[in-house]
Design a protein around this ligand. Structure first.
Ligand SMILES: [Zn+2]
Ligand SMILES: [Zn+2]
Length: 117
């Protein structure tokens, strides 16, 4: 995950961004808790291991091929800020798609994601 500080001076590393690697869910949770506890941190998007190895989904939940699977397209991957750390929002451009936005990780019962952008 990437932690971003509003000002480099606020960071223990004197840098406004810092990359962290978590090899277990427990480690990731500790990183997230530390980032949340630090008032200088403005954002800490992180990717799951599944995404880091490049295994992007190719189809939306309704089975449409995402546009990056077509000739010139690329995956539309928006970001919804959320108390849990945030969600990737994969957008299906098929006009009649019943589920055009797929949240990754899925929205949990205590999630309240902001509007994706
Ligand atoms: Zn679709
Ligand atoms: Zn959430």
């Amino acid at each position: 995950m990437t932690v971003r500080w509003a000002r480099p001076e606020d960071s223990p590393w004197r840098s406004s961004t810092c990359e962290f690697r978590a090899s277990t869910p427990t480690e990731l949770r500790l990183l997230i808790e530390a980032a949340r506890a630090d008032r200088g941190v403005i954002a800490f998007p992180y990717k799951s291991v599944r995404e880091m190895v490049g295994d992007e989904p190719t189809h939306c939940p309704a089975g449409h091929l995402y546009s990056h699977g077509r000739r010139h397209g690329r995956l539309i991957d928006q970001w919804a800020a959320c108390d849990c750390g945030g969600h990737h929002v994969l957008v299906c451009e098929e006009p009649d798609c019943p589920q055009p936005q797929a949240y990754d990780p899925p929205v949990d019962y205590d999630c309240a994601p902001a509007a994706p952008r």
